[in-house]
Design a protein around this ligand. Structure first.
Ligand code: ADP
Ligand code: MG
Ligand code: MG
Length: 923
């Protein structure tokens, strides 16, 4: 009888068993779309299309793991070369050709492709395998000499630029020079002879610039290109993009080697890009660009103008129909908008790439709901297809499209509506200028003939992007959509002169119009219109909907509003986190409520001490006797009470957390320097009213006494309450009486009193005891029950660390993540954001400011610990967050996961927080 195994087999390999070999190379037929981590997005999707039986040229993918090994050690892993050789041999066998050799040489492309599509990675090199020898073979085999030399010059150009690091302009300038010399308007007009001449020139440029000849050995070309892809992972542009998009630095990129197919073989060939739906608006239809007799990059580069994809039907109906059917297959398979790169070689369609496509915010909402309607995705998936950042974008104002709404601005030209939104800014003509002007706090519009990856910094700095060339799939359009920036491209009427830093055009009257650097322009990414001057903007209809001004179910309501409504409704149904507002006034409270706030998480009382009330505060601070102090407080009481009454009314039936006075007192007093000057003048001026002079002297003394080196860590919050007798009591009384008034008026006030900056439970107990007595006495006097709860902010590390003790005296915690971030890191937000933060972001110490997105590892760890300890003491402890982070999408997911009950944020961010709380729960 076989022995029955009672223990799992040991996992330790004995010393003689070799470790399983790592597999560094996958044939396209071996992968699938779920292997993005390993094969990169491009490789995984090429594999998926291969599996689906779509016409993909054969090839193989070198894994991200090989790249990581290379980046770790600085050398390719030793097994890689052999594995590549084996896959190359099998590719050669499949194709019946040898790489760069023989009468019908095999050519390949070497293409980078990380898990996330990333601008800044190495550009693809096409036509690898061509050399002085194989170019002749290709010419003979194709019967097209022009094509062979065109392909060869492209190889030297792309290889020279991206692999050998030669300045690309040297090649471009040479092409322009030649075109001018022979009178050719476009590159298609260059003959085989011209291209042969260019090849000789390009080889010379490579030799001059790199000190070596362009490599003639096909395998060497391929290996150098593979290595260059690995190296490009750490290029500046790639790093900048990863930081911006929070993509981890250690993923590495895959490399795809793909047999070439040729779109530049003549008029029955071409190349294009297509979308299964409109990535700008989200509607269904035929969207894409096609370029006849061209290879790969020509479409995206915007070098020649493309024709709309629909025109392909007339050019090549068979390929067009096949493409439409493939697009349907892909969309049903991926269950999402796909974008596609294809090439037609002498009437045969080839698929070169697909991926789930980038889209604008409006398209994201529309497409998600369309797909849900089609039954392709569930409501929960639809919710995951949109983000809070996209919703925020839809809440930005847009240009008024009404007839006379352009104000003083004049319509200059119309380009293509590439990425929606309204942008107004100063025209700048280079990435550097964009960064420089934006650095001075100016809004800028980056104006270029066409953009390329070197413009990334400028695009990031700009409000919007305007180009005079290129289609809706040009670099500018694609990147702008990805960044959520407004973009108008291909505004051909504009003559953009980047050297002279201006754009010019001839207007309808035949007059020349010139816009120089720094002039205000406006661009409308939804209509493609470009204006000189500033166009007035109108609020978004999505905001109007949130404000309650649009009925989302009315038949004539924009489908965008309907989509937003549907997704928000679903998010509200599934989310666990409640969403409250930070609001200090009744108007803010009312607005927040319309936006869906379920209470106020932070009502600051500071502003109630400003304006005309400053004088009363001065009396309070200057009071020499208990009577004087009591008089000042008595005067403040009714004012505070009225404030609270209004807010409780606006938030009737919902909780309102009122924070007792937090900032240091000197903030309510005159500025030290100003006051010193005033006192000196008083003293020097005979006849000054002695009372005024005396008050000023006493004020100055108080300001000096209260002056702190480090007010953030000084006399503020609960400390103020404990050293200024009667201050907190007055506030508590105002809250209690306001609640009693509301109750008597038939309302339902739900007051929560919050004590700021508590570091130890003793502070809280002192305030709490007094507050409870006051509330009890109001309840007795007025004969009502107020059910006011008392809690604290957790905004000091000590509070978080002793949360178990503090919870004994608190009904609720609200994490004050702004102060908590300051105190955990030991830096003051007011001081550091303008000083070393940019350097820290630059050096990658943080991917993003910890004031913007919660620092999960540090601040977040304290939040988690305090949640655990607090709930251990008091299982029904209510937990919320009221820092800026409450409206930050990424942070909302953290707070959901940390088990908080609610987040609180500024009124405008509430829809974003609701949506993200829904996404966190449905995830
Ligand atoms: P990117 O990531 O910049 O889109 P790709 O690797 O997709 O780079 O390639 C750039 C261009 O070259 C695309 O238009 C693509 O379709 C084209 N291309 C890539 N490989 C081939 C190939 N084997 N044959 C023909 N065209 C190709
Ligand atoms: Mg591509
Ligand atoms: Mg605080």
């Amino acid at each position: 009888m076989p022995e029955i195994q009672t223990r799992a087999p040991s996992l330790t390999l004995d010393a003689n068993t070799p470790a399983p070999p790592v597999k560094y190379v996958y044939d396209f037929s071996e992968g699938n779309k779920d292997l993005k981590e390993l094969l990169g997005g491009k490789g995984a999707n090429l594999a998926e299309m291969t599996r689906l039986g779509l016409p993909v040229p054969p090839g193989f993918t070198i894994t991200t793991e090989a790249c990581r090994a290379y980046l770790r050690t600085g050398a390719e892993p030793p097994e890689l070369r052999d594995e590549v050789s084996a896959h190359l041999a099998s590719l050669e066998a499949t194709m019946g050709k040898r790489l760069g050799t023989g009468a019908d040489p095999l050519l390949v492309s070497v293409r980078s492709g990380a898990k996330f599509s990333m601008p800044g990675m190495m550009d693809t090199v096409l036509n690898i395998g061509l050399s002085d020898e194989s170019v002749d073979a290709l010419a003979r085999q194709s019967g097209n000499e022009r094509f062979a030399w065109d392909s060869y010059r492209r190889l030297i150009q792309m290889f020279g630029k991206t692999v050998l690091g030669v300045d690309g302009d040297l090649f471009e300038d040479r092409i322009e020079e030649l075109k001018r010399a022979v009178g050719a308007a476009t590159d298609v007009e260059l003959t085989a002879g011209h291209l042969r001449e260019l090849v000789a020139d390009f080889k010379r440029i490579v030799r001059e610039q790199t000190g070596r000849d362009f490599p003639q050995e096909p395998r060497e070309q391929m290996d150098l290109a593979i290595q260059a892809v690995f190296d490009s992972w750490n290029g500046d542009r790639a790093r900048l993009y990863r930081r911006q998009e929070r993509i981890p630095n250690d993923l590495g990129t895959a490399v795809n080697i793909c047999a070439m197919v040729f779109g530049n073989l003549g008029p029955d060939s071409g190349t294009g890009v297509a979308f299964t739906r409109d990535p700008a608006g989200g509607h269904q239809g035929v969207y894409g660009d096609y370029l006849c007799n061209a290879q790969g990059e020509d479409v995206v580069a915007g070098i020649r103008n493309t024709v709309p994809l629909a025109e392909l039907e007339a050019l090549d109906k068979t390929s067009y129909d096949q493409l439409m059917s493939i697009m349907e297959t892909l969309e049903n398979h991926y269950r999402d908008l796909c974008d596609i790169e294809f090439t037609i070689e002498r009437g045969k369609l080839w698929m070169l790439q697909t991926r789930v496509g980038k889209r604008t915010a409006a398209a994201a909402f529309r497409i998600a709901t369309q797909l849900a309607d089609q039954g392709l995705i569930s409501e929960a998936e639809a919710l995951q297809r949109v983000t809070g950042a996209q919703l925020a974008q839809l809440m930005f104002p847009r240009f008024d499209n009404g007839a006379d709404a352009t104000g003083a601005a004049t319509h200059l030209a119309t380009g293509l509506a590439a990425s929606p939104g309204a942008a107004v800014g100063r025209a700048v003509f280079s990435s550097e200028a964009a960064v420089a002007w934006a650095g001075r706090g100016e809004r800028v519009i980056l104006v270029r003939r066409e953009t390329n990856p070197d413009d990334l910094d400028g695009m990031l700095a700009a409000e919007g992007i305007l180009t005079s060339r290129g289609g809706k799939t040009s670099h500018a359009a694609v990147v702008a959509r990805g960044m959520g920036k407004t973009c108008v491209c291909g505004a051909e009427a504009l003559e953009v002169d980047t050297k002279a830093r201006r754009l010019s055009l001839t207007d309808r009257n035949g007059d020349a119009v010139v816009i120089g650097e720094g002039d205000l322009i406006s661009i409308d990414g939804s209509s493609g219109k470009v204006y000189a001057g500033e166009v007035p903007v109108v609020p978004s209809e999505v905001v109007e909907y949130f404000e309650g001004g649009v009925d989302p179910l009315a038949p004539d309501t924009d489908d965008l509003v309907r989509a937003v409504h549907r997704i928000m409704t679903f998010a509200d149904n599934v989310r666990r986190l409640r969403v409250r507002a930070n609001a200090d006034t009744a108007e803010d409270a009312a607005r927040a409520r319309r936006f869906g706030a379920e209470g106020i998480g932070l009502c600051r009382t500071e502003h109630m001490f400003l304006g005309e009330r400053r004088e009363l505060v001065e009396h309070l601070i200057l009071a020499g006797t208990d009577e004087e102090r009591a008089a000042a407080l008595t005067a403040l009481l009714p004012l505070q009470r009225a404030d609270f009454t209004e807010i409780f009314e606006a938030m009737d039936g919902l909780p309102v957390t009122v924070r007792l006075l937090d900032p240091p007192l000197h903030e309510f007093l005159p500025d030290l320097t100003e006051l010193s000057v005033r006192v000196a003048l008083n003293d020097a001026t005979p006849g000054t009213d002695p009372d005024t002079a005396d008050t000023d002297h006493r004020l100055l003394a108080a300001v000096q006494r209260l002056h702190e080196q480090n007010p953030m860590l000084g006399l503020r919050g609960v400390r103020l309450g404990l050293v200024i007798p009667g201050l907190f009591s007055m506030q508590v009384r105002a809250i209690g009486e306001a609640a009693a008034d509301r109750r008597e008026a038939g309302g339902d006030p739900r007051a929560e009193i919050m004590i700021p900056l508590v570091g130890t439970v003793q502070e809280l107990e002192l305030v709490r005891d007094e507050a409870e007595q006051i509330i009890a006495s109001i309840e007795r006097e007025r004969g009502v029950s107020l059910a006011i709860t008392l809690g604290t902010m957790i905004e000091l590390p000590r509070a978080a660390l002793t949360a178990g003790q503090i919870a004994e005296s608190a009904d609720f915690f609200s994490f004050g993540t702004n102060d908590l971030t300051q105190t955990v890191w030991g830096f003051s937000r007011d001081d550091v954001e303008g000083s070393f933060f940019s350097a820290y972001l630059e050096k990658g110490v943080f991917g993003v400011s910890p004031f913007e997105t919660i620092d999960v590892d540090g601040v977040g760890a304290l939040v988690r610990a305090a949640v655990r300890a607090g709930r251990a003491t008091r299982p029904d402890l209510k937990l919320g967050v009221c820092g800026e982070h409450g409206g930050d999408p990424y942070s909302v997911h953290f707070f959901h996961e940390a088990g908080l009950d609610y987040v609180s944020c500024s009124p405008f961010r509430i829809p974003v927080a609701r949506l993200e709380a829904g996404r966190a729960a449905a995830d």
